[in-house]
Design a protein around this ligand. Sequence first.
Ligand code: ADP
Length: 296
Amino acid sequence: MNELQISNLSYTYRNGTQALQNINLSIGNGMFGLLGPNGAGKSTLMRILATLQEPCEGELFFNGLDINKDKTEMRKVLGYLPQEFDFYPKISAWDMMDHFSVLKGITNRIERKKSIRYLLAKTNLYDVRHKKLGSFSGGMKQRFGIAQALLGKPKLVIVDEPTAGLDPEERYRFHNLLSEVGEMTIIILSTHIVDDVKELCSNMAIIDQGRVLLIDNPQNTIDQYIGKIKRRVIAKEALEDYQNRFNIVSSRLYLGEILIHAHSDEEIEGFSSINPELEDVYFLTINRNRKEENGG
Ligand code: ADP
């Protein structure tokens, strides 16, 4: 069993932006979703876990290793797929994987070949293994990024905003691959896509403005809102009035009108009760925090 322990972690950028404020998380094997809107602090946290940035305050331990101090040891057990990456465009997928494997310390040639073949097949890139990375589409590059992150059987895999840019089939394939790997390792999946967390993660944290707002199992947290989420389709012009009268969770365009979800313990006339979704929990949690930040 692997264990990642993050205690009192804070990070402030030089320009004064407080990207992380007193983060505490304890994470074991399986997939852990880090869910938050853009600017929440996810990438900052991911980069700190990947030993690329040092925290201003706090401690991070992985299986007893001090992530900040034992960086070299940490990198041996780490797989990282950054949000943005670029590989040498003139090198083939196979050769690049081979190069990364050497860096990861896989010195045995046969073992290297075996794991490269396995990962390229898993990411559906085996047939194009001799093609140059520069000729890859966005989805192929993304899959290659995943393949390289899984080299050397990492114990902690950090994946930053992975499915942006993947088509539904690629996304499905990617999910399957992560689920397979996830049983024996810790995978931290940072995303603003609620469905990715719902479909994949056994545990999650919702973060916004550098703070952890909620830590739970996705289904648990959804269950707490059973019977409390209502929906109604309204005219666009009526939205402001509804926002003033009800606790509106979300609103979106729907066939030229607006579909709203409201949170209420009681029935509301004209609304119908629906099964809560993780998205409702997500918006409620973020909205509540922002209201509190603004003084109620
Ligand atoms: P997320 O990954 O959730 O979108 P980030 O970790 O990228 O969030 O950003 C958290 C906060 O830190 C944001 O307010 C962002 O503007 C700020 N930030 C990120 N990188 C830098 C940087 N290099 N210098 C200054 N501020 C930064």
